[in-house]
Design a protein around this ligand. Structure first.
Ligand code: URA
Length: 265
């Protein structure tokens, strides 16, 4: 083995060790001495998202609205979101994660934000949570690959860019992308919206109520006038499998709506 190959081997082993420790993202070239940095305020949660304004700056909001409204097709909307400069999330992400499934499907699923696997592939819900979502949908006869709108789903997220380290999106981030999400619903033209998880349900319904109280109850989504069903996020169900039974109830309610039973909104 040459010295160069040995060095390369050692670097790969060091990298594998970092992965085992849970590092899943390269943040910078040089190490940071966090002990030298300003200590967090007493009581501050070190895992909390960075301090950001609760509302996006007015120009960002205006720009999102203008770009979203000008998009006449789904392709144009994806391009508009790629060009939108009102959020720094795009700087740290690899791919725009726009949508998957069949535009025009009767059900539109809206999740929170891409994770690592989605960021790598550019498709929503392809990691472990996505695989669970596919199984849940299959249990009521739906699939993202189905060719007919009655059996298909169309899947997207509130945010198209992965937040660094998969942190929960800030309120300002969610609000900046809301005009795109609402235009996305208009252009995709579903009959029903399935909002997965608190971030999605709260953003679409404009409420602070948590998902445990929102789930399972159909609501009229004001902006689109469509019936919307909030339910648990599959990533949560992976951590709390006992709640799958409640998610199953929600899925049966969605199935009944698809079969013609008018949701009680
Ligand atoms: N979680 C989400 O909310 N969306 C994805 O696309 C993947 C994980």
């Amino acid at each position: 083995m040459t010295q160069a190959t040995q060095t390369q081997q050692a670097l790969l082993e060091a990298l594998a060790f970092q992965l085992e420790l849970g590092a899943d993202e390269a943040i910078g070239e040089a190490p940071r001495d966090r002990f030298e940095e300003t200590p967090p305020r007493r009581g501050a949660d070190p895992a909390a998202p960075p301090a950001v304004p609760a509302r996006p700056p007015a120009e960002a909001w205006q720009s999102a609205l203008a770009l979203a409204r000008a998009a006449a097709t789904l392709d144009e909307l994806a391009e508009a979101m790629r060009r939108f400069e009102g959020s720094e999330l795009r700087l740290g992400a690899r791919n725009l994660v726009f949508a998957d499934g069949l535009p025009g499907a009767r059900v539109m699923v809206i999740g929170e934000a891409p994770g690592g696997e989605e960021d790598r592939t550019g498709k929503p819900f392809v990691g472990r949570a996505g695989q669970l979502l596919d199984r849940m949908l299959a249990a009521i006869g739906l699939a993202r690959t189905a060719p007919a709108p009655e059996d298909a789903v169309y899947i997207t997220n509130i945010l198209p860019w992965r937040p660094p380290g998969n942190r929960t999106p800030s309120e300002a981030e969610v609000l900046s992308f809301l005009p795109f999400v609402l235009r996305h619903v208009e252009l995709a033209g579903p009959d029903f919206i399935l909002a997965l998880g608190g971030t999605s349900a709260k953003a679409l319904l404009g409420t602070a109520t948590g998902i445990k109280r929102l789930r399972g109850r159909w609501v009229r989504h004001e902006a689109s006038a469509l019936p919307l069903l909030p339910s648990f996020h599959p990533a949560y169900l992976l951590r709390a499998p006992a709640d799958k039974r409640l998610a199953w109830r929600d899925l049966l309610s969605l199935r009944a709506a698809l079969d013609g039973e008018a949701p009680d909104v």
